[in-house]
Design a protein around this ligand. Structure first.
Ligand code: NAD
Length: 298
């Protein structure tokens, strides 16, 4: 357990609520807040401390974790008029575990630094199952001292935590992760559509290539979902679009052309427009199938 016994958590959605539970199980006093009352009431019934705003969470905590949707929500929760910055004592550590734009994390870090508050950006991979099991992979940006201070929190919520560099490095690493995953799924979808059109059994194709250079964790997780036409999320297409929007906004601000990421962003946007935004991102298959007029079936 950390020297800090009092942990705050703001954002009790799919990820934040089970993370709060894991922190409670690890023995921390956990103060909770969400814009929705239901998850707050549920956790308070189970022993969490009620807070009424992000500022109130920070005033009841030594270390505050943020787990909201995206950059605007993090900005409001941390720097808004009743944000963490209003309630936090000097020297407090704020750990934003949301997946947001890393240039925004750098801005948040600077403003907190000016207020004497330490900051880490620490987005995660592993989804709801990882949040429930406490086995998230955590990518961290900030100082070594702040990372060491947060390490017990990472132990309680994750299976691994890697310090990737200064503030923003966690978010850049998460964007790298999301580019690789989207590209891998789109490549798999094209491979299966082409071979299905050729009359091959897609599962046989998968079994033939999965042990070679093309094999990957993404392929092993998503190919069976495609064969079963099981597009129940998992990781939603609309969330992956949010991340690819952050990839492209960030790349544009930095003058970095990313042609394939731009295309993946358009694919995900088109799937959302078709009403598939809540599907698992294995549903990229549907976009490729629609172009080819071919359905991948076992
Ligand atoms: P979610 O939409 O289920 O939960 C976000 C919660 O934050 C909501 O309950 C919302 O009310 C709350 N919130 C927003 N602004 C707030 C504020 N100012 N004060 C208090 N509460 C506020 O989202 P999620 O699926 O839990 O994802 C959280 C983050 O984790 C996102 O950045 C997401 O990209 C990332 N992530 C999600 C997954 C996944 O599989 N769901 C996997 C890896 C990473």
């Amino acid at each position: 357990m950390a020297d800090e016994k009092r942990i705050g958590i703001i954002g009790l959605g799919i990820m934040g609520k089970p993370m709060a539970r894991n922190l409670m199980t690890a023995g921390y006093e956990v103060a909770v807040y969400d814009l929705f009352p239901e998850p707050v009431e549920e956790l308070v019934t189970d022993g969490a401390i009620l807070a009424t705003s992000p500022a109130d969470v920070a005033s009841k905590s030594d270390l505050t974790v943020i787990m909201v949707q995206n950059s605007p929500q993090s900005m409001t929760a941390i720097l808004g008029e009743d944000g963490v910055v209003v309630g936090a004592d000097k020297g407090q550590l704020v750990v934003d575990m949301s997946s947001i734009a890393p240039l925004i994390s750098q801005q948040i870090g600077k403003e907190l630094d000016a207020a004497g508050i330490d900051f880490l950006d620490a987005p995660v991979s592993g989804g709801e199952p990882g949040a429930v099991a406490g086995t998230l992979a955590i990518m961290v940006g900030g100082t070594r001292a702040a990372f060491d201070r947060a390490a017990p929190i990472f132990d309680a919520t994750g299976a691994s935590a890697v310090l990737c560099g200064p503030v923003g490095a966690g978010g850049f690493t998460k964007l790298a992760n999301q580019i690789c995953v989207a590209a891998n799924i789109n490549g798999l979808a094209e491979a299966l559509v082409l071979t299905s059109k050729a009359g091959l059994d897609p599962e046989t194709v998968f079994n033939a290539i999965k042990g070679g250079l093309a094999g990957s964790n993404v392929m092993n997780a998503k190919a069976p979902m495609m064969f079963a036409r099981n597009f129940q999320a998992g990781f939603r297409i609309e969330l992956h679009l949010k991340d690819m929007n952050n990839v492209m906004d960030t790349a544009q601000q930095m003058g970095v052309p990313l042609q394939m990421s731009a295309q993946l962003q358009q694919v995900l946007q088109a799937l959302c427009n078709e009403g598939n935004g809540t599907d698992d991102h294995a549903g990229i298959l549907k976009y490729v199938e629609a172009l080819a007029k071919v359905e991948v079936k076992k």
